[in-house]
Design a binder for this molecule. Sequence first.
Ligand SMILES: [Zn+2]
Length: 327
Amino acid sequence: MTKISKKFETELLKYFQKETYCSNKKLLDVDYGFTTIPQRTKDFLKNLTFENNYKISSDTFQSSYENNKQIIEDFFISLETSYGTNSRDIFINTSKNDTVQKTLDTNEEQVKVIKKFILKKYSSMYTNFRKTYGKRYIEMTGDNICPYCYRSYINVIESDEGTKSITPDIDHFFPKSRYPFLSVCLSNLIPSCLFCNQRAKNDEDFYQSSVYPPEKIFDEIEFDYDVYLNKIYIKNYNYLMSKPEYEMHLNTFLIQETYATHTEVLKSIINKHRKYKKSKIEDLTKNTIGLSSLDIKKVVFYEYEFMNKKRELLYKLKKDLYKKIVK
Ligand SMILES: [Zn+2]
């Protein structure tokens, strides 16, 4: 994944650490309709592991994918120490619409309040970031194709007058509904297509197992086709399904099923190959001074020989099928 510039990173950190997003006394006393939030819950909220002086810490904001897992663990260890072993599940499964008993006299109710508080604070940070910086962030990452499916463009489109723009989604790799404290952590913000983010992935818990960066899965997948059935499939499917991280990706985004629908790619390569079989390329070579048959082949199959991985939809499918059919 391409990194954004240091300058932009600093600007964003400053934005997230501004006073509005500081869990100061006022925020901690926010009216949830409860009589009193217990002191130890207030203390817990004041000493969140991913914050520093009530603000998101730069370590959290700039944390790497591996470190995000550590942030999650550190937080849950401190939560479990204070509120018992089932507090992790309560936290993960509580949504902003859940009701809380007003007495707040059990650990469970207090954990729900903690979740609601963090959810509210970080949702608002993310929503405002999306509005203010979303477009710039997506452009800066330099990604053109959805890293989850590799079959949709995710570049920002703007009208000539600059009055309207269409932007792709920004997916939270570790879902914000479960881990709201990673809502604005840079390595957790993945520009992606709407299809993958809102239809396929949703709140799927990628913490348990996942491929990161997501496009890495296409280095592992080997596409093949059945010449009689005219069907595309993943050759090493069983091997991939035996690894939890690949299984998660293949099942979440239905990669094999999705790619099987792209028979137009298969047809196009087969047709071209038939049209320019070896003998014809040799004929062309004879009539073209200075070019070898290999040169001619490269010209004929230019669109497969010189693909730009960063801009070519279905890149791996095209690469594998071309290799099998033509090379
Ligand atoms: Zn996608």
